[in-house]
Design a protein around this ligand. Structure first.
Ligand SMILES: C[S@@+](CC[C@H](N)C(=O)[O-])C[C@H]1O[C@@H](n2cnc3c(N)ncnc32)[C@H](O)[C@@H]1O
Length: 269
């Protein structure tokens, strides 16, 4: 798996995020997480108050944050931006097809920029951060989010065990790690050259399922990268389902540990 596969505009806009299907499958797994975290609510708590202004949601996907912020902060103009025209069809205007590294807005025009679970897809993260700094007003905030390296380890182990069984080898290949180019572990150091103050809020929890379907839907959402998985994708999915069934039969549940976080970046340099 090369970086190209997880950062290519053609792959992301044409397949992975052509519509909201795969993203929605990944989002819905969090229904079984404890504690639950209201990410849009946490973002709302950190947006500047009073005076309105423009908020750019870069890589807005199916508009989870856009919709909530518009509903609760009508004083703000929230613009959804994404490289996928298909996924933007799920979001009410104003929206525009745009790349994080070339934002179609004037210098110092936004009070906040959101980059939620998306910087790991950007080919040149530094170019995207330079763009955020350019478009933010002097008191503006970048809010980013991503997963830690150890996030959902058990899913990696499950996939790898299923792949091993399908291939008849001792250790199967790992599944694609989307956030590995901008993991929570490294994100503060990557952001500090661009912002005077970077605050990290870690979100730790566990997803517990008592039926395989939500986990299988999550694993299936990586189908875009099936050709690079080094293993027959559908056969591995079926095997993962069998392995999961046997864990749930034995233990009554399957548990996935989660570690992710938000980064609040002030003082654009
Ligand atoms: C994992 S989804 C996150 C969606 C949303 N921010 C959320 O957290 O629910 C990543 C989104 O970033 C978009 N994206 C990827 N690379 C991008 C880029 N270079 N510029 C703008 N959007 C991009 C994808 O099309 C996709 O909709």
């Amino acid at each position: 798996m090369s970086d190209l596969d997880t950062t290519s505009r053609a792959v992301l806009a044409g397949s992975a995020y052509r519509d909201e299907r795969h993203l929605a499958a990944r989002q819905s797994l969090y229904r079984w997480q404890q504690p639950t975290y209201d990410l849009p609510g946490i973002v709302l708590d950190h947006l500047p108050t009073g005076g309105g202004g423009v908020v750019l949601d870069v890589g807005c996907g199916n508009g989870r944050y856009v919709t909530r912020i518009r509903a609760q902060r009508p004083d703000l103009t929230v613009v959804g931006l994404d490289i996928s025209a298909g996924i933007l069809a799920h979001v009410a205007p104003p929206v525009a097809v745009a790349d994080a590294a070339a934002l179609p807005v004037a210098d110092r025009s936004a009070v906040a920029v959101l980059a939620m679970h998306m910087l790991y897809h950007v080919d040149d993260v530094d170019a995207a951060l330079t763009e955020s700094v350019r478009v933010l007003s002097p008191g503006g905030t970048l809010i980013a989010s991503t997963n830690a390296r150890e996030d959902k380890n058990e899913l990696d182990d499950l996939w790898s065990a299923a792949a091993a069984e399908v291939l008849g080898v001792e250790r199967g290949p790992r599944r694609v790690s989307l956030s590995s180019r901008f993991p929570l572990d490294d994100a503060p150091a990557m952001l500090r050259p661009y912002f005077a103050d970077v605050e990290v809020v870690e979100l730790v929890g566990a997803i517990t399922v008592r039926e395989p379907e939500p986990v299988i839907a999550h694993l299936a959402s990586y189908r875009t990268w099936a050709d690079t998985a080094g293993v027959p994708f559908d056969a591995t999915l079926e095997c993962a389902r069998r392995l999961l069934d046997s864990v749930i039969d034995r233990d009554g549940e399957f548990r996935i540990s989660c570690r992710s976080g938000l980064l609040f970046c002030h003082g654009p340099r």
